[in-house]
Design a protein around this ligand. Structure first.
Ligand code: GDP
Length: 285
């Protein structure tokens, strides 16, 4: 999904749209990125979604630190949400998600049945920040011979309801809100996972922040990729640039290290997942 520009008016409109659609759903599936589960949530969702039953899906678990993912799941569950982690790129078992949703709504459905109401499909909407995997999940859920049954009362043509199976329906357009990147720590995390364009921040600072974080939390990642080990002394930043340039055989630029190229190479390595599973924030935030 394309990056959106968020003007205040745009944001208000997105929020209104989400609120409007919420009236038509039984529950919400909120996607967060397993590499930064706090920063990749827009906490406005909590206000908007109020008491709607919610399933939290932590996406991109293949790129995150498995131990951190486990503690984040516990954290969400302590807050009262069912949470699961998935790798949507290799995800086949969409039925499991439907089962979780049915489980979350079990009491409500049983109550309805007791009152003699006819069982009906539950309807869910997917929400999340840009790039978290919303379209990938909608496509995965929809591909199993889904029928588009749009144009129901109260549903505009642009937003259609996908009937995934007899028990489960889904809006084909997700609710999107940007992460709250006016907070520097959050901006760094969401830039590192690619929810916002990286160059919204000074790249040299982001590079230094990322190296320092990796050195403290995943030193083997730097050692394996760049044979880089360091204590944070006065010169560590220049030394690190030099070491990465040397190990990766980057040509000099007018006799100097090409700092920008070192940064680009590092960020590319990060996007390609070459450091293994990395989580940029711990569950105790
Ligand atoms: P949206 O903006 O929330 O709709 O995000 P998309 O569904 O367009 O996904 C953004 C990018 O993340 C795409 O390149 C997806 O292939 C990729 N992606 C989504 N989920 C996963 C996942 O679980 N693991 C990995 N490695 N990539 C994913």
């Amino acid at each position: 999904m394309a990056q959106l520009q968020w003007y205040p008016g745009h944001m208000a409109k997105a929020q209104r749209e989400i609120e409007g659609r919420l009236k038509l759903v039984d529950m919400v599936i909120e996607l967060v990125d397993a590499r930064a589960p706090f920063s990749s949530r827009n906490h406005t969702f909590d206000r908007l979604l109020k008491n709607k039953p919610r399933l939290v899906i932590m996406t991109k678990k293949d790129l995150a630190d498995p131990a951190c993912t486990q503690t984040w799941i516990q954290k969400f569950e302590e807050r009262g949400y069912k949470a699961i982690a998935v790798d949507l790129k290799h995800f086949k078992d969409t039925n499991k998600i439907i089962q979780y949703c049915l489980e979350i709504l079990k009491d409500k459905r049983e109550n309805e049945a007791r009152k003699g109401l006819k069982p009906r499909a539950i309807r869910a909407m997917i929400v999340g920040v840009p790039n978290v995997g919303k379209s990938t999940l909608i496509n995965a859920l929809a591909k199993r011979k889904a029928t588009v049954t749009g144009n129901k009362p109260g549903v505009t043509k642009a937003q259609q309801i996908i009937r995934v199976n007899k028990d489960f329906e889904l809006f084909d357009t997700p609710g999107v809100l940007p992460p709250k990147y006016d907070d520097l720590e959050i901006a760094r995390n969401v830039a590192l996972i690619g929810s916002i364009k990286r160059d919204i921040l000074p790249l040299d600072e982001l590079f230094i922040y990322a190296l320092s974080y990796l050195n403290k939390n995943y030193p083997d990642a730097l050692k394996n990729r760049y044979q880089l080990t360091f204590d944070e002394n006065d010169n560590w930043v220049l030394d690190a640039y030099e070491q990465i340039a040397k190990v990766r055989h980057l040509p000099l630029l007018k006799g100097e290290i090409d700092y920008e190229r070192v940064q680009d190479l590092f960020f590319k390595d990060l996007s390609d997942g070459v450091f293994g599973g990395i989580t940029w924030e711990k569950a105790n935030v």
